[in-house]
Write a protein of this length. Sequence first.
Length: 64
Amino acid sequence: MQPEATYVCDSCGEQIEVPIDLSAGSRQSYVEDCPVCCNPNVIEVTLDADGVPSAWARAEQDRG
């Protein structure tokens, strides 16, 4: 079973569940459109020492 994490869309406030690719490393960042409002979010993922993922998001236009 693939691990999952949730983030809150910066635009609409919906909680979104995403699958986590453990092979991509302990710190990940990618852009994904919200499946509810279709606005792009920059998703940040970290894995703790036990491999447990955490995710959060910010609007893509805030990327810097």
